[in-house]
Design a protein. Structure first.
Length: 170
């Protein structure tokens, strides 16, 4: 685990993540699909990252893991809606979706699997020691560029639904 944490710490990547607290979301009686909320936030934040790098006009491929025929079709429809302007900017986003089977052994999807648990645990159990999250938090996209790495990522590169500081999700 220590070696894996070192690899993550020295890897050159930016993280954008969303944690959905499904029980809290359901208690709010919000008719929202947790995966669609996460997808929209991640796409919007990816666009912000690309704007920071002046790359936001170029086509960007977003790779998602296949989950099943019905789920993939629903996710693709939501992806297209977000790209067509159903986003917080109200503009077209230049993204294209690619579905990848788990058997493809995509390094990007493997990385996503590795970072998901420490990020989720940090949200669910913030008082519990989480060395993996400590190594990852400097990778989260933040509101001050790389100079603010490890700070200012809450609600930016890491969004929690429902927002613990508000009543309703976006």
């Amino acid at each position: 685990m220590g070696d894996l944490t070192k690899i993550m710490a020295f890897g050159n990547f930016i993280l954008i993540a969303t944690v959905i607290e499904k029980l809290a979301l359901n208690k709010q009686d919000v008719d929202s699909n947790a995966y669609h909320l996460a997808l929209a936030h991640c796409m919007e934040t990816l666009y912000e990252f690309l704007m920071e790098k002046d790359e936001h006009h170029k086509k960007t491929h977003v790779v998602v893991e296949c989950r099943g025929k019905k789920e993939d079709a629903e996710l693709e429809l939501e992806f297209r809606r977000v790209c067509d302007g159903n986003n917080r900017f109200g503009i077209h986003l230049p993204f294209d979706v690619l579905f990848s089977d788990k058997k493809a052994m995509s390094s990007g999807l493997q990385l996503a699997d590795l970072v998901a648990r420490p990020i989720g645990l940090n949200t669910l159990r913030p008082d519990q020691e989480n060395r993996a999250f400590e190594a990852l938090k400097v990778k989260l996209f933040c509101d001050r560029g790389r100079k603010g790495a490890g700070r200012g990522y809450e609600g930016v590169g890491l969004k929690i639904f429902p927002n613990p500081k508000s009543e309703k999700p976006r």
